[in-house]
Ligand binder design. Structure first.
Ligand code: PLP
Length: 437
């Protein structure tokens, strides 16, 4: 039986001066307690109580090379030796911008920020400036960061669901402290619904600056776009002078070197990337059409940030992307093969234990849910999953030495190996017995 005494004590101590006791609200939801990490290497992480886990949380997505990757660490150390940040320009920015335009199919020009939230803010600002329109279409179940102009509550809660029932009604703020009208420019639509998209864009296109979409609904069930849906979005946005923004903060450098837009062969006007791009160091980017990005060159659209493009973050991104680009996509084949094996293994175990559940997996990202359904292809069905049972399951898996995000989203890194996948499935077999008692 594992104990979490040190983590519990540290969390109590943290609460005294750290608001919420954690640095990002979401982290407070981990059961039985938010864990305190001591060290990590490759696919494993060890907490302050000495428990070691196979890690599928992977810091909520960025650790695509696993923990403490030697090559990445070496690049970061080298950068630090010459100074972490200058507030002046340096070669790393040029090298990274060149690399991004080389590997991302839609990127003619890029701009660097520190987080996904900031990059989304820039993409929206560029879209409004470019089209001279203000409204933005976004979708139920998607998440685009926590800035006031787009935050509708985290997708796993019910609030975004309520808003869907009455499209004309004001969209409620996602949190206390967000002004009542901060979402007035947002039009919230069901995703993967070609009719809703086409009718809204055709009737309101004259006031819509942008459509922002996750290319795969990773934040709610890892649901894939229906055949032709993203192509329709591309066609309509082009026709109606609306900027198409793909929010690839999760999928960028995860679904392929060229992100989801490379994998699906769709060219949005702008993509937003973050998370995996820096391998665990804070960096994000907007990349896309030079005509739109030119607004930054011309000084028409302000893009600011004290630490944007700092030496450590650019070195980390260059090292991460270069590593992923080696050997003709071998890293992606490795992750995809292992995760497919894991997803198939989980499905077999669900069936063996007669537990109703669905596993949606695409490449190195997957969502596992307990739900009485054959498949989960829309947000409405996703909302019927048994989230409480999953939280209990994640807690039991922790006992077995497997670290999972409590909401069902799993990531894999290049550092994971078959032995870890097999150990995870053995642990799950035991946990499913307890879950059905
Ligand atoms: N967009 C998507 C699709 C995300 O999943 C996230 C974070 O999870 C963000 C944007 C915000 O990124 P960040 O947390 O780096 O601000």
């Amino acid at each position: 039986m594992r104990t979490y005494e040190q983590s519990i004590a540290k969390h109590q101590a943290a609460k005294q001066h750290l608001a919420g006791g954690v640095a990002s609200s979401l982290r407070a939801s981990m059961k039985p307690t938010p864990l305190y990490a001591k060290s990590a290497k490759a696919a494993c992480i060890t907490d302050v109580d000495g428990n070691t886990y196979i890690d599928y949380l992977l810091a909520y997505g960025p650790l695509i090379l696993g923990h403490a990757h030697d090559g990445l660490n070496e690049s970061i150390h080298q950068a630090l030796l010459n100074g972490a940040t200058y507030g002046l320009q340096h070669d790393g920015e040029i090298k990274l911008a060149d690399l991004l335009t080389e590997v991302l199919p839609c990127a003619e020009k890029v701009s660097l920020s520190g987080s996904g939230t900031e990059a989304v803010m820039l993409a929206l600002r560029l879209s409004r400036a470019y089209t001279n329109k203000t409204k933005v279409v976004r979708f139920h179940g998607h998440y685009h960061g926590w800035s006031d102009s787009i935050f509708t509550s985290f997708p796993s809660s019910d609030m975004s669901q309520k808003a869907s029932d009455d499209r004309a009604a004001a969209i409620p703020p996602g949190t206390f402290g967000q002004s009542e009208n901060s979402l007035d420019d947002i039009i919230l639509l069901p995703w993967n619904d070609p009719e809703a998209l086409e009718s809204t864009l055709r009737t309101r296109g004259h006031e819509i600056a942008a459509v922002i979409t996750e290319p795969v609904m990773c934040n709610s069930g890892c649901i894939q776009p229906k055949a032709g849906y993203l192509a329709l979005m591309r066609k309509l946005t082009q026709e109606l002078n609306i900027v198409m923004i793909m929010d690839e903060v999760i999928t960028g450098f995860r679904l392929s070197l060229g992100g989801a837009h490379g994998r699906f062969d769709i060219r949005p006007d702008l993509v937003v990337i973050g998370k995996a791009m820096g391998g665990g160091i804070a960096i994000s980017a907007v990349a896309g059409n030079a005509e739109i990005m030119k607004l930054v060159d011309e000084g028409k659209v302000s893009h600011l940030g004290t630490l944007n493009g700092n030496c450590v973050s650019t070195a980390a991104a260059i090292a991460t992307i270069s590593h992923l680009a080696q050997d003709n996509g071998a890293a992606y084949k490795h992750m995809e093969t292992l995760f497919t094996e894991l997803a198939d293994g989980i499905r077999a175990l669900l069936s063996k234990h007669s537990i109703p559940g669905v596993v949606n997996q695409i490449g190195p990202v997957m969502h596992m849910m307990f739900i009485d359904a054959i498949e989960v292809n829309d947000f409405e069905t996703f909302n019927k999953r048994d989230a409480a049972q999953y939280t209990r399951f994640a807690e039991l898996m922790l006992e077995e030495g497997v670290l999972l995000r409590p909401n069902g989203l799993w990531y894999i890194s290049t550092a994971h190996q078959s032995a870890e996948i097999e150990a995870t499935l053995r642990a799950m077999d035991r946990v499913f017995v307890q879950l059905t008692l």
